[in-house]
Design a binder for this molecule. Structure first.
Ligand code: PMP
Length: 285
């Protein structure tokens, strides 16, 4: 049985219970993070924790523990579950209180967390995937990593029913992001991705890929791009904590670049791989 984190305690998974009046359950009133683990180490930890603090601030939600304390607990959770390559998920809700919309006055936030194994072979798709273009019907604060994911859930389900692995979302003519990832296109050797504003989640993998692009001298434009530019792009790929860099080779009925992953995505995947190998080697020494 896996070990989970409940507040400050480590429990067997079947002991983890939440109150039926928890606001996360009733209103989706909470935030979360998912952090990749390579060689037992939390990858890009500081960026995830900064985003967590920002999400909490934007929702005026009190973090129940300091970041240092939370980090220690996440490391213990990884060790207790003997995770080598994996994923740590944790969420913090505004806590349990009699149901009314207003913030409760003296309620403690509730933290729950889990850790699973996820091998890179299972997570990566170097040959690319098919995606569907789906209307972005979400609220206007997609920059906050909240538990309210219904717009994302409906989009992903619709894409799945169309035989696609991911939904690429658009508002009118503008591509925003994926249902659980960020979207990049390549035009004439240049990377283009939606700017980090209220319409997208500023993915940690997005930030890491922008950093890799700079190191590889690949020019980048953070600007709006249209569905037409998407469909006629030289390359399309998505990024996320679980999937790293994943080429998109078909959108709806349309093949992208003849249905083969592109050169720039390949260079970024190689650079990503080197970084992971470096971290895994450091973890062993
Ligand atoms: N956008 C959305 C809507 C997401 O759910 C995610 C993954 N949680 C991302 C982008 C990618 O973010 P990250 O690279 O931090 O996983």
């Amino acid at each position: 049985m896996p070990t989970i984190l409940y507040q400050d305690q480590f429990l067997s998974r079947d002991q983890g219970k939440v109150d039926m009046e928890d606001r996360g359950y009733q209103f989706g009133d909470g935030i979360y993070e998912a952090i990749r683990v390579y060689g037992g180490r939390l990858f890009l930890l500081d960026l995830h924790m900064k985003r967590l603090e920002r999400s909490a601030r934007e929702l005026r939600l009190q973090l129940p523990y300091s970041i240092d304390h939370l980090t220690d607990n996440l490391r213990t959770l990884i060790a207790k579950n003997q995770i080598d390559d994996g994923l740590v998920y944790f969420q913090i809700t505004r806590g349990a209180a009699p149901r009314q919309h207003l913030f409760p006055e003296e309620t403690e936030s509730v933290l729950t967390g889990s850790a699973i194994s996820l091998s890179r072979e299972d997570a990566l798709r170097p040959d690319g995937i098919k995606a569907s273009l789906i209307d972005d019907i979400r609220w206007l604060r997609c920059d906050i990593k909240t538990l309210n994911l219904l717009g994302n859930v409906l989009a992903k389900q619709k894409a799945h029913e169309q035989g696609s692995e991911e939904a690429i979302l658009h508002r009118g003519d503008t591509v925003t992001e994926g249902s659980s990832c960020n979207v990049f296109i390549v035009k004439e050797g240049r990377l283009i991705t939606h700017p980090a504003d209220h319409f997208i989640l500023n993915g940690i993998t997005r930030l890491f890929v922008l950093d890799l692009a700079e190191r590889l001298d690949i020019p980048v434009q953070e600007r709006l791009f249209s569905t037409e530019e998407l469909l006629s792009a030289d390359e399309v790929f998505i990024t996320s904590t679980g999937a790293e860099v994943k080429p998109v080779v078909q959108i709806g009925d349309q093949l992208i670049a003849g249905g083969r992953p592109g050169v720039i995505a390949g260079r970024l995947m190689d650079a990503f791989d080197k970084e992971v190998t470096r971290i895994r080697t450091a973890a062993l020494s």
